[in-house]
Design a protein around this ligand. Structure first.
Ligand SMILES: CCCC(=O)SCCNC(=O)CCNC(=O)[C@H](O)C(C)(C)COP(=O)(O)OP(=O)(O)OC[C@H]1O[C@@H](n2cnc3c(N)ncnc32)[C@H](O)[C@@H]1OP(=O)(O)O
Length: 305
């Protein structure tokens, strides 16, 4: 079996606190061979359904843009795009200078879920389970990246596309955009981890309504229930991507080790029982205490008026 990329990252000797945290979190992946999950086997199956791509652009500023690119199918996820996404997440796990990530769709729409052609071909239970485990692993690793992530929603985020938005720390919506968990209309429930994450974002009552009613969530409703952080208003103030970058830059300003530490302590608080989260916070604190940014701030006698 191909070793989980997070595990490889750990073995390359990344920050000890983070390594211990991920070890406690089943090595960053939800499923492994213990659960009957064979990554290589499902990768091969998924590669048999090609089309589109997932593109990653990393910038010197520490900000990266991940683009879901299959415009002729409204950016639906083909099998090869699921594999692409896993590879891009591995790249981001190894990006030591990373501070922020924007996930967007190409050509003005976010993502219309899984490619229905691939879904039809993989409709037997065994293949469905394997695809589900593969995507859960990838999206869990995406959410656990040590950088602050934003889903920039333009147009539609449907089905698996709606699930993908929940694998980011924040959702920013363009006017007129829609997030819709259409699974019920497909005779399904979310399988890429979208339900579990949605409950944590909007609470179980709202999650029940969104899934049970397959509700079209527009920016106004998304703001009201806490699904979206902001509506990207402002014609003439740059493209939606530029506006999302501006929004994110407020939170990613500063040295990479400090921003990464911020994400790590929040993530451990979000995912771990309190005692474990406190121990992880102490470990992460130890990685910045007396570090270059800390020493510089002390030397400059900075004030926070
Ligand atoms: C666990 C994962 C669960 C899932 O994700 S299940 C998949 C859920 N998603 C869906 O059911 C989306 C189905 N598609 C639609 O509802 C509509 O196509 C959509 C996205 C509202 C766009 O509508 P329109 O703007 O009228 O455009 P259109 O229908 O002509 O689409 C343009 C071309 O894109 C294709 N497309 C859109 N979504 C797709 C998908 N998910 N899989 C495969 N192909 C898809 C659509 O078939 C059409 O292709 P073509 O031009 O007819 O060759």
């Amino acid at each position: 079996m191909v070793m989980c990329a997070v595990r490889q990252h750990l073995l390359r000797g990344s920050c000890g606190a983070w390594a211990r945290f991920l070890q406690r979190q089943s090595r960053g992946c939800v499923y492994s061979s213990v659960h009957g999950f064979q990554q290589e086997e499902i990768r091969e199956k998924l590669q048999a359904f090609p089309g589109g791509s997932i593109e990653l652009l990393t910038q010197e500023s520490g900000l990266a843009v991940l683009t879901i690119n299959y415009p002729s199918r409204m950016n639906a996820f083909s099998g090869s795009m699921m594999v692409d996404l896993e590879e891009r997440v591995s790249q981001l796990e190894g990006w030591t200078d990373g501070k922020g990530l924007i996930v967007q769709g190409a050509s003005g729409t976010f993502c219309s879920g899984s490619d229905l052609n691939a879904v039809r071909a993989l409709s037997n239970l065994q293949d469905g389970m394997k695809m589900c485990m593969f995507m859960q692993n990838t999206l869990t690793r995406l959410l656990r990246l040590p950088m602050i992530s934003v889903a920039l929603v333009e147009g539609r985020a449907l089905g698996g596309g709606a699930e993908l938005t929940t694998a980011c720390d924040f959702r920013l919506m363009a006017p007129g955009s829609v997030i819709q968990f259409v699974h019920k209309h497909m005779g399904l429930v979310p399988g890429w981890g979208g339900a579990a994450r949605l409950v944590r974002i909007v609470g179980s009552q709202n999650a029940l309504k969104l899934l049970g009613g397959a509700v079209k969530v527009d920016p106004e409703l998304a703001l009201q229930i806490g699904l979206a952080e902001e509506v990207l208003q402002g014609e003439g103030t740059g493209t939606p991507l530029q506006r999302a970058e501006n929004w994110l830059s407020v939170y990613t300003k500063g040295p990479a080790p400090v921003i990464q530490a911020v994400k790590k302590v929040v993530l451990s608080g979000r995912e771990l029982p309190l005692s474990e989260a406190l121990r992880t916070e102490k470990d992460v604190f130890g990685t910045v205490w007396g570090g270059p940014a800390n020493m510089q701030a002390l030397a400059s006698k900075s004030k926070h008026r």
